[in-house]
Design a binder for this molecule. Structure first.
Ligand code: ADP
Ligand code: ZN
Length: 792
């Protein structure tokens, strides 16, 4: 008989076993299919995780009921990768498999409701309004999800009340409730294109655009933008009817860009780097290279040229970037270079589009995939090169299960496939630096900026001194003068501040009361413009009180946020055009790109949080200001110094890319090595010192580390469980166990959190111990949740 291994997809994470089912004659089942199988008294969805095999007939084996879709959501490499992932990060096989299966690939289940029997009488729990909706409007049957979203239903009650009404109706026999599957529908990826219309041109830019479109016949809108036509110009041409915009299936577009021609002549350093990486790729065996290039050294051109070589030889390439929405410029350069051969997996894609891109990768319709962390699982065949841009970034570490690090996964894939892994960075992680020092991986350096401009001159301003001199404003005198100078010269400024809102917190000057979140143990942030106090962890909001809620004393605001910086700029420079970019102004998809375009075209000053520190490449930015560089320096994390160095080096690197530039770093810790070295563009000194410190304390990369977080609503239960785990961990020889200690902050969203840190020279032994001793304890603990983070 034919049998196959399947993994049932159940809500409970604990069920983690692949089971064997019989394949009925004539049924075509393949690895990666989604199927329906009987399990106990139920029928559940499952995924096929092995190839069908012949086995001697035996009794008691149940059969697959149905194959749910034609597509294969993953392949054998994906299954192997998922198995490795679950062993490496101690997550369940199902969670791991969730990574290699793109969202949208699995048929969705939903609860289908249908009417039976008589229309019931309205009652306290089933309001008249709901009955009218069900029996008059929706009578054909509908999903529970759709009902809960229906505005008319909402008027009849909140979610809880509606669910209660539904169960009442089901019990009374007026409704039937069934689980159904919605099959994944695969739709073609659409592309926005421009063609000539009948209308006439107008201004010089519009005419240039018309010429551009005429010369190409049909142009992807993205390419027109890349060619320098702004959205405003395109919109005007469309309004005048000179240009028409349409959506067409991407596959029907001709593959326009067959070969990549670099936009510049590579510099000597770039040429050497390209040649070195090519050697690795050509060797056909696994190799890892750190491309250590200062900000503005032109790493992207190196990636593009190396990828072009790979494609030339019939191979494929994967490019990981920290976050597409933050670096639209980089993504556009890949699209410009490889056109239809590249799929960019940005966050604006729907699940369907993502799934389609995934399938295109598997079919071999695209040769390059560019995407954020999760793209590391993209099923490209004949993958020869994986590039991780800004490889030191923390966004490559996933903060929910499975807590993998994309660089680790990339290394694993490259190793299995004999491919080349390139880690690009201006500020390599300590792990990468250590690996280079120890000779485990190769290093290629780009020490000069590609534009031949010097690195910006960085001035450190001691805020303590500034305060002593009587300046209590956000901006030091030096920074105010520097900004004024840029406005006169029509050059641009970027200001970085690590907090959104107007003030960090409010404090009563009479009794010392600080308003805190009701659900989290943190102070609330002042948002003056909205007249609110907001929690930045759970988004709890309350009206900003005018006096202290406890003693009616005067409230004063401390610390600064983006809003406050923008207000101050308005007072100092009323004519400057200021663009604010932070978590509050970028909630909508595409907002980043719009704000960046606005800054590029008409802005004088860009004020923002972390978002403005990375990847931006604007020619006329000649000043970068860091409002307070200390923010991350004092957080209790062994990477605090590394993060501060990285942040300052990166943000300062936005300045002076094609004109002489400078940067001003305001700080209360002018002598901290992370700040001094970043200001001096001295990575080596910082890294060598930092690595010595890590060795002394046995932190990574000197040893392995894991965090165990114990989380629950009852503080004593959390403390007790944490203590039990810590005791069990202390039985492990050569492990250094720290804690349990409360997290900072200790409570988020009404959940208490305690943490145990374990340092050990050999992480494999720790994982064995966790599996054998700790996970069984966690399985029977009903009062708390255990979250294990390997290599945090
Ligand atoms: P990095 O990622 O290393 O910070 P980028 O790849 O963003 O640097 O390149 C920085 C700038 O230098 C970009 O504006 C790019 O167009 C330009 N550039 C790159 N290579 C060259 C070159 N060979 N000649 C001139 N300009 C270049
Ligand atoms: Zn909160």
């Amino acid at each position: 008989m034919r049998v196959v291994e399947v993994l049932p997809l159940l809500k409970t994470r604990r069920f983690d076993l692949a089971l064997t089912y019989a394949v009925p004659g004539g049924m075509d089942v393949r690895l990666g299919n989604t199927v329906r199988v009987p399990l106990g008294a139920r029928v559940v969805q499952a995924v096929v995780v092995a190839a069908v095999r012949e086995e001697e007939a035996r009794k008691g084996i149940r059969a697959i009921e149905e194959v749910l879709d034609a597509g294969e959501a993953f392949d054998a490499e994906g299954v192997a990768l998922a198995r490795w992932l679950s062993a490496r990060y101690l997550c369940s096989f199902a969670e791991a498999l969730g990574c290699v299966v793109p969202p949208g690939a699995l048929p969705r289940t939903f609860e289908h409701l249908s009417l039976v029997g008589e229309e019931p009488k309205p009652s306290a729990s089933v309001p008249e309004r709901l009955i009218r909706l069900l029996w008059d409007d929706l009578r054909e049957g509908f999903s529970l999800q759709a009902l809960l979203r229906h505005p008319e239903a909402r008027r009849a009650g909140d979610r809880g009340a509606l669910l209660h009404a539904i169960s009442t109706l089901v019990r009374a026999g007026s409704l039937i409730r069934q689980r159904r599957f919605e099959r994944a529908r695969i739709t073609a990826r659409l592309e926005r294109v421009l063609e000539l219309g009948d209308g006439a041109g107008g201004g010089a830019r519009t005419n240039a655009l018309i010429e551009f479109v005429r010369s190409q016949g049909i142009v992807r809108r993205a390419d027109a933008t890349l060619a320098g036509f702004s959205s405003a110009v395109i919109a005007r041409a469309i309004a005048a009817g000179a240009i028409v915009e349409r959506n067409i299936p991407a596959a029907s577009l001709q593959r326009m860009h067959r070969s990549y021609v670099s936009e510049f002549t590579p510099t000597a350093e770039q040429t050497t780097a390209i040649a070195r990486i090519d050697e690795f790729v050509e060797s056909g065996t696994f190799g890892e290279v750190l491309l250590h290039g200062v900000t503005g050294s032109g790493k992207t051109l190196v990636y593009l040229s190396t990828i072009a070589e790979v494609l030339e030889r019939g191979g494929r390439a994967l490019v990981l970037v920290p976050e597409i929405s933050l670096t639209p410029q980089t993504a556009r350069r890949f699209e410009a270079a490889f056109g239809e051969r590249v799929a960019v997996l940005h966050s604006g894609l729907s699940d369907r589009e993502r799934y389609e891109a995934w399938q295109a990768a598997r079919r071999g319709d695209v040769d390059v995939v560019v995407g954020a962390r999760s793209a590391v699982f993209a099923p490209l065949r004949n993958l020869r090169l994986i590039v991780v841009d800004e490889a030191h970034e923390r966004t490559y570490k996933q903060e929910s299960a499975p807590r993998y690090h994309a660089v680790e996964v990339a290394r694993r894939r490259a190793l299995e496939l004999g491919a080349t892994l390139v880690l690009g960075s201006a500020t390599p992680s300590m792990e990468a630096y250590d690996a280079v020092c120890a000779g485990r991986i190769a290093c290629v350096r780009l020490e000069q900026r590609a534009t031949q401009m010097p690195m910006p001159k960085v001035h450190i301003v001691d805020l303590g001194q500034e305060f002593v001199r009587g300046n209590r404003r956000i901006f030091s005198t030096q920074l105010v003068e520097a900004i004024a100078e840029r406005l006169r010269r029509k050059e641009k400024t970027i200001l970085f501040i690590n907090r959104r809102g107007s003030a960090r917190f409010a404090l009563c000057r009479a009794c010392g009361h600080v308003p805190t979140c009701v659900r989290c143990s943190v102070s609330l942030t002042v948002h003056r413009a909205e007249n609110l106090l907001r929690c930045h962890l759970c988004d709890y909001r309350e009206i900003l009180p005018s006096t202290c809620p406890r003693c009616k004393g005067p409230l004063r605001e401390f610390g600064t946020g983006t809003q406050r910086v923008v207000e101050s700029l308005g007072e100092l420079f009323p004519h400057a055009r200021v663009v604010r970019m932070d978590g509050d102004t970028t909630t909508r998809i595409g907002a980043h790109a719009r704000l960046l375009d606005e800054f590029a075209q008409v802005g004088d000053i860009l004020v923002g949080t972390q978002m403005v520190t990375k990847g931006l490449d604007f020619a006329d930015v000649t000043l970068v200001g860091v409002i307070a560089a200390d923010g991350d320096l004092h957080i209790p994390d062994f990477r605090a110094a590394e993060r501060t160095f990285d942040l300052i080096a990166q943000v300062v690197g936005r300045s002076g890319r094609s004109k002489y530039g400078e940067a001003i770093v305001q700080t209360y810790s002018p002598n901290a090595p992370a700040i001094r070295c970043a200001a001096a563009h001295d990575y080596e000194t910082f890294a060598a010192q930092e690595l010595r410190d890590r060795r002394e304390l046995a932190y990574p990369p000197a040893g392995d580390l894991a965090y165990l977080a114990v989380i629950g609503p009852v503080l004593v239960a959390v403390k007790e469980s944490a203590q039990r785990y810590a005791t069990a961990l202390r039985e492990l020889p050569d492990a250094e166990v720290l804690g349990p200690a409360p997290f900072v902050p200790a409570k988020v969203n009404d959940q208490w959190r305690y943490r145990i840190a374990v340092k050990i020279p050999d992480g494999e032994r720790l994982r064995d111990h966790l599996r054998a001793e700790i996970l069984p304890l966690a399985r029977v603990d009903r009062r708390t949740r255990l979250v294990i983070d390997i290599d945090p």
